[in-house]
Design a protein around this ligand. Structure first.
Ligand code: PXG
Length: 442
């Protein structure tokens, strides 16, 4: 029997939807029933252009043949294998492919099932690494205001998005935050990296000085912050963070859950900005979003610090039932092959100028207070309606969907991150639709 659903279910009560206005959605559901390439098909039979690569993850577009085939074959061959004290060939193959793709210092991959789990894993590795080296007093973790590092306790502790934190108690202790870098007064309408704000990295000196550098384990930032509304790193900012962390023996973690796998025009943002952290957190585009999977990439130095003591002993007491799940590995291998076949991990660099000009053509439309872009990412910031923040952008989201385009909004910011297979005609459609939407907004 086919399990394919082409009609909308008529009872929406049971499913408690994540990060969703449940009551609003259930009063007027937006249901997607299939997808191919750049488009979804909605339950009412319309073609919807994917302006966000799902949730920043479907970088190769939908229903890609190599990925579909890899999963189908894997299900027949080996559906599951225990992740602890056992192995299967594809998990080793994927780890090798991944470190080959990553910049040079990254030699090891630890697998998880999401960006959130990858963040927790990286933070735990950072703490355990220092302890393994006899520096267990390094217990502090430093994140950044407006940072998004998933939704688990470590991630929301180092994260800096207020609604994601404030309902959930005391969080982790020993955490501090850098200031965010968003500065419309100085940097509005910037194409690429903003000119102003490198000095905000010097706040790290102050925070480290306050606590004592010998107590700080790691700094975690998104090299380009996506979820909070697309905040670009000012020129020189990441370099300064790297210099200060290095000076004090503090690990630098780049959360590349969004920037990983070609979003900026290079496989990873570390390479794009030419700043090497000590760990890279990734997920999303690793499997094209098709099967949940994340990874933490580490240097040999970090990995090797654990490889001591009796050989029969477990070196790192951490992992998940589905770490390196065979189905996810097959999806990952099919995905990396698709990226390579089609040159997708550098395509954002080729299309970048066209994308940039198209986006910035929206300047001057009502309520648009900033437009910014990098690689195949764009953000359009709107003036909030007085007393009703987020409402204007949410209306834009609903109107764009009515007109056949899926976009994302966060606060009053529209975020765009299309699949890397996008063609110029799709860009024209997406930006044309947004222009119509913005002209008609309250
Ligand atoms: N780190 C970063 C930088 C992320 O963007 C996560 C961690 C968590 O990943 P998981 O797989 O646990 O969700 C993310 C996720 C949006 C949006 O529209 C962004 C994310 C997820 C859903 C929506 O901005 N980022």
């Amino acid at each position: 029997m086919s399990t394919r659903t082409t009609v909308a279910p008529n009872d929406l009560r049971a499913f408690w939807m994540p990060f969703t206005a449940n009551r609003q959605f259930k009063s007027a559901p937006r249901m997607l029933v299939s997808a191919e390439g750049m488009h979804y098909t909605s339950a009412d039979g319309r073609q919807i252009l994917d302006g966000t690569a799902g949730l920043w993850c479907v970088n190769a577009g939908h229903k890609r043949p190599k990925i579909v085939k890899a999963i189908q074959e894997q299900a027949e061959e080996l559906d599951y294998a225990p992740a602890f004290q056992m192995g299967h060939p594809k998990v080793f193959e994927l780890a090798n492919r991944l470190v080959d793709l990553a910049p040079e210092p990254f030699e090891h991959a630890f697998f998880t099932n999401s960006g959130s789990e990858s963040v927790e894993t990286a933070l735990k590795i950072a703490l355990a690494y220092h302890r393994a080296k006899g520096e267990g007093q390094r217990f502090r973790l430093i994140g950044r205001e407006r940072g998004y590092h998933g939704v688990n306790f470590g991630g929301i502790s180092v994260g800096g998005i207020v609604p994601n934190r404030k309902m959930f108690g005391t969080l982790l202790t020993g955490v501090d935050h850098l200031p965010h870098t968003h500065d419309l007064a100085r940097n509005a309408w910037t194409r690429g990296q903003p000119e102003h704000g490198a000095e905000l990295a010097d706040e790290l000196e102050r925070i480290v000085g306050l606590h004592g550098p010998e107590t700080v384990a790691a700094v975690i930032v998104e090299p380009m912050a996506g979820s909070t509304g697309v905040l670009m790193p000012p020129k020189g900012y990441l370099e300064r963070l790297r210099a200060i962390t290095k000076k004090y023996g503090i690990l630098l973690i780049f959360d590349e859950v969004i920037t990983g796998f070609g979003r900026l025009g290079a496989p990873f943002a570390a390479e794009y900005f030419d700043v090497m952290p000590d760990m890279i957190v990734c997920a999303k585009g690793l499997t094209n979003g098709v099967i949940p999977m994340g990874a933490v990439l580490t240097t040999a130095e970090i990995h090797d610090a654990f490889m001591q003591g009796p050989e029969h002993m477990i070196e790192l007491f951490h992992g998940y039932t589905y770490s390196g799940n065979p189905m996810a590995c097959a999806a990952g291998l099919g995905t990396l092959e698709t990226y390579a076949d089609e040159g997708l991990l550098t395509r954002a660099a080729e299309l970048g100028p066209y994308w940039e000009d198209a986006l910035h053509s929206l300047k001057g439309l009502p309520n648009v207070i900033d437009i910014r872009n990098m690689g195949l990412i764009g953000a359009i910031e709107l003036e909030p309606i007085a007393g009703a923040p987020t409402q204007r952008a949410f209306s834009a989201f609903l109107k764009a969907y009515e007109k056949g385009c899926l976009i994302r909004t966060t606060g009053d910011i529209i975020a765009l991150s299309p699949p890397l297979i996008i063609e110029k005609a799709h860009i024209d459609q997406l930006i044309g639709t947004l222009a119509d939407v913005l002209k008609g907004l309250e």
